[in-house]
Design a protein around this ligand. Structure first.
Ligand code: GLY
Length: 366
């Protein structure tokens, strides 16, 4: 098992925590909570993993003497809604959840973001744990404390920073992931290579086929490297203030627009991010910030992993609609479009004030 520390020691509080990566470690969740003095927990999970993984987490918590409730929400992005969050707040009130109750999110990015937001807001904050069972969650969404829900007008528009007490990334849980869900997570892995680590990008190129086939040791190495890169960024810019954490949004401004325009749940998050990274690289090339050759290299790696670099046939995306959604993005300042754009493999920059006509050109280009 590998342990990656997210160091968030402040002057008067230490909110540091570990991301544990390994095989079969889900069964140790009970001991981890017990070691933190937890006597009661609420598991929030979704229908897809309730029987598969949440039950094992529940058994582990019960074996450690922790009283628990299990709440299940429907699977998929539409659960990141005000209505589902309100339902959980009501459940928490009914169950007399108090500040000593630990919330354990068992699932992927949707469950983690939703449960994290409910944990951040109920009773002004409850201790939170992420048992990340998808690749997106293990390499990205469970690490770093971003929680939130969607509005019709945009992804993650309502949320809070709320760091977990710990993250469990059990590689075994990736074996049962549906193919589309697994492949979608590889987009976030490619993202780390593009934004921070050229050697990792080359390693991904070398092992693309084996990773897409979920070869165990390589997959564990990819999760560990991605989690370490994420931890490194979060430690230096926890609240996305200096611009460093903003690099993690590479592909996400375009991606969120595609995801929102398609209707939540139509494109998986990672699929939208893959399309978004392809558009962002193209925009960088249009702005003469990136050689065309690198645009093609990224497209090829995405393709070898089974990811799209174009919006799927049959879904119509009007550039004006995508631009309007991007204008509401959290990263937009004063209505001016800002993008995280690559300048070479392993390096990106925050580019302010991009001309919407050039964004349209990147949206239309193939
Ligand atoms: N997924 C982007 C971030 O955590 O900042």
């Amino acid at each position: 098992m590998a342990t990656i520390r997210v160091s968030l020691a402040g002057e008067d509080t230490d909110r540091s925590y570990d991301v544990a990566c390994g095989r079969g470690i889900l069964a140790g969740i009970g001991q981890r909570l017990a070691a933190c003095g937890a006597a009661r927990a609420v598991i929030i999970t979704d229908e897809a993993v309730a029987d598969l993984h949440a039950r094992r987490a529940a058994d582990s918590l019960a074996a450690a003497g922790i009283a628990l409730e299990l709440l299940t929400v429907p699977s998929g992005e539409p659960s990141k809604s005000v209505a589902v969050a309100a339902g959980l707040w009501d459940d928490f009130a009914r169950l007399a959840v108090d500040r000593a109750t630990h919330v354990v999110a068992v699932g992927g990015g949707v469950v983690g973001d939703l449960a994290g937001f409910v944990a951040a807001t109920f009773a002004r904050g409850l201790p939170l744990w992420h048992v990340a069972t998808t690749l997106v969650a293990q390499v990205d969404s469970a690490i770093g404390g971003k929680t939130g829900i969607n509005l019709a007008g945009g992804k993650n528009l309502v949320g809070a920073f709320w760091q977990p007490r710990g993250v469990i990334a059990d590689i075994e849980t990736l074996e049962t992931l549906p193919e589309r869900e697994f492949v979608s997570g590889l987009a976030e892995v490619v993202k780390y290579g593009m934004i921070l680590d050229a050697a990792f990008f080359e390693w991904l190129e070398e092992h693309a086929a084996a990773l897409a086939a979920r070869q165990g040791d390589l997959l564990a190495a990819a999760v560990e490297r991605s989690a370490a890169l994420k931890a490194h960024v979060v430690e230096r810019d926890e609240r996305e203030i200096t611009g460093l954490r903003a690099v993690l949004n590479y592909g996400h401004t375009f991606g969120h627009a595609y995801e929102t325009a398609a209707g939540y749940g139509v494109l998986l998050h990672g699929e939208a991010v893959a399309i978004g990274m392809a558009r962002a690289a193209r925009l960088a090339a249009i702005l003469d910030r990136l050689p065309e050759e690198v645009v093609g290299r990224q497209d090829r790696l995405l393709g070898r992993m089974g990811l799209p670099s174009e919006a799927p046939q049959g879904l119509a995306f009007a550039p004006d609609n995508l631009l309007a959604i991007m204008a509401r993005d959290k990263k937009t300042v004063g209505g001016r479009l800002r993008f995280v754009l690559p300048s070479r493999i392993g390096q990106v920059e925050l580019v302010p004030d991009v001309d919407p006509a050039l964004v349209t050109q990147a949206l239309l280009g193939s």
